[in-house]
Design a protein around this ligand. Structure first.
Ligand code: HEM
Length: 496
């Protein structure tokens, strides 16, 4: 993937003014055909995974239908999902309808057109599967937000501890083997961080020892396998993979004992969190604990598996010129402020912009779904379309946050895109299932970890450039995440 950093601040694209004042656009029928109930989804998923590839799949259909809104099938399709038909949204104006709980229902759509067996979550529909109109969503989300807010003073120091362990290990591996695979180290750090934050203990001091990431990985993979691929080329093997992953879901009993280990350890060491769930939010302990495992394992650790490798990849590819600017900003401010504090982080305008630019150009969770609650009209840049109650709406987020009518040079990593005037474009950054300028509440489906995630990304960049001058990586893709291997790390020669 090509990328470059540019020192010029981006201004709004010339045609973007139309966005700000919605106008009457011609009503059109939604283009696209989903085809035969069985062969249509099969044809489309072969195109999506193998024959065309993810981005080309969407690009080709935009060209074909001359529209950023059209109908298609999304994987997995039958037999796993009985109705894979979606209305696909691929521009910045239509996409935010997916954040509007009055128009779309977010019930059981976290993974798209299918819901993994509830056995994976102890028989409960956890918070992320609930629509805000369901009363339980509000109590579970309030419990989660309160748990996080009570721990905010630990966010930075705990992460610094984790990063220091990670960097020591990176350096050791580079000096021994001339390279270091980042993803495994990042996963270990992320799991330890989340567990320490929620359970006040290092997982190594518990029964699961160092096995946490492996236990969660298996549990995640079994749930999400129908959406994954090893990235095979179109050949006979790809048909085999397709049938293996997308005909039946993987049965829970294969990970039952792994999940039980996770549940037990959270039940024991997360007791203060669970006490609060029971006493303050009236949630039964068993249900609260399954939610805690999902929060820690799926939402937080699962998100971080993609988040940190992606951040490192984009910052590395942006090159030495940007590294020098970041190092100058970070070291100057840390010295003046006397440490890596919230106030110091808030003053780092370039660092902040780099993090937002990464979340814009390569959002870690690229798919969002919602089912129309009512009939309504939706607009792209050029036309209006009627959506019928009950239709599944799907947004492929990278196309919305790389909409050329909103962002100039959308495919380019512009490090200072969100500095100064550029900050106004933050409302078109959607990574957290909501606008970056809007708040997470118990009444919406915005990511509960939104502010924490942005904070951790900033701290990662800061600690990186307090310790190193520059670094180089090789990157690829494996299943759902970028894979990143460090090839070199240049340490800071003298103290700042
Ligand atoms: C690490 C990177 C993360 C990413 C990329 C991410 C992204 C997202 C996205 C896109 C959604 C909405 C899914 C949908 O409904 O379509 C979501 C929901 C959620 N996230 Fe995150 N998240 C991350 C980390 C976290 C963390 C650290 C926490 C908390 C510790 C968290 C807690 C949640 C919860 C509870 C929901 C469901 C919200 C609701 O039901 O209203 N996430 N996240």
């Amino acid at each position: 993937m090509s990328s470059s950093s540019s020192s010029s601040s981006s201004s709004s694209s010339s045609s973007s003014s139309s966005l700000l004042s919605p106008q009457q656009l011609p009503m059109k029928p939604i283009p696209g055909h989903c085809g035969h109930t069985f062969f249509g989804p099969f044809r489309d998923r072969l195109a999506y995974f193998y024959n065309e590839g993810r981005d080309k799949f969407f690009e080709n259909r935009i060209q074909k239908h001359k529209s950023t809104i059209f109908k298609t099938n999304m994987p997995p399709g039958p037999l796993i999902a009985s109705c894979p038909r979606v209305v696909c949204l691929l521009d910045a104006v239509s996409f935010p309808v997916l954040f509007d709980p009055s128009k779309v229902e977010k019930r059981d759509v976290l993974d798209g057109t299918f819901l993994p067996s509830l056995a994976y979550t102890g028989g409960h529909r956890v918070c992320a599967y609930l629509d805000p109109s369901e009363p339980k969503h509000s109590s579970l989300k309030s419990f989660i937000l309160s748990t996080l807010s009570a721990r905010h003073h630990k966010f930075i120091p705990l992460f610094q501890t984790g990063l220091s362990e990670l960097f020591n290990e990176l350096e050791a591996q580079i000096s021994n083997k001339k390279e270091a695979y980042f993803n495994t180290l990042s996963d270990t750090m992320s799991f330890n961080y989340v567990f320490r934050l929620l359970c006040d203990k290092s997982p190594s001091e518990t029964r699961i020892g160092f096995k946490g990431p492996k236990l969660v990985d298996k549990w995640l993979l079994f749930q999400l396998a129908p959406l994954g691929s090893l990235g095979l080329l179109p050949n006979l093997l790809c048909y085999f993979e397709d049938i293996l992953l997308r005909t039946f879901t993987f049965p829970f009993f294969l990970v039952k004992s792994d999940y039980k280990k996770l549940y037990d350890v959270f039940y024991e060491f997360g007791s203060s969190v669970l006490d609060e769930a029971e006493s303050k939010f009236g949630i039964e302990r068993d249900e609260a604990c399954h939610n805690l495992v999902f929060l820690a394992g799926f939402n937080a650790y699962g998100g971080m598996k993609v988040l940190f490798p992606g951040l490192i990849k984009w910052v590395a590819l942006a090159g030495q010129k940007l590294h020098k600017k970041l190092a100058d900003e970070i070291r100057t401010i840390v010295e003046v402020e006397g440490g890596v504090t919230l106030s110091a982080l808030n003053k780092m305008v370039l660092t902040k912009s780099v993090v937002y630019e990464y979340l814009r150009i390569d959002p870690p969770v690229p798919f969002q779904y919602g089912k129309a609650k009512v009939d309504f009209v939706i607009q792209s840049h050029d036309a209006a379309f009627e959506i019928k109650k009950g239709e599944m709406i799907f947004g492929y987020q990278p196309f919305a946050t790389k909409d050329p009518k909103v962002f100039e040079n959308p495919e380019e990593f512009v490090a200072d895109r969100f500095v100064g005037e550029g900050e106004q474009r933050l409302k078109y950054v959607y990574w957290s299932n909501g606008r970056e300028t809007e708040e997470t509440t118990a009444g919406n489906k915005h990511c509960a970890g939104k502010d924490l995630v942005v904070l951790l990304c900033r701290v990662m960049v800061v600690e990186l450039f307090l310790r190193y001058e520059t670094f180089e990586v090789e990157s690829g893709t494996f299943m759902f995440a970028p894979s990143v291997t460090f090839k070199s790390l240049t340490k800071v020669s003298s103290s700042p």
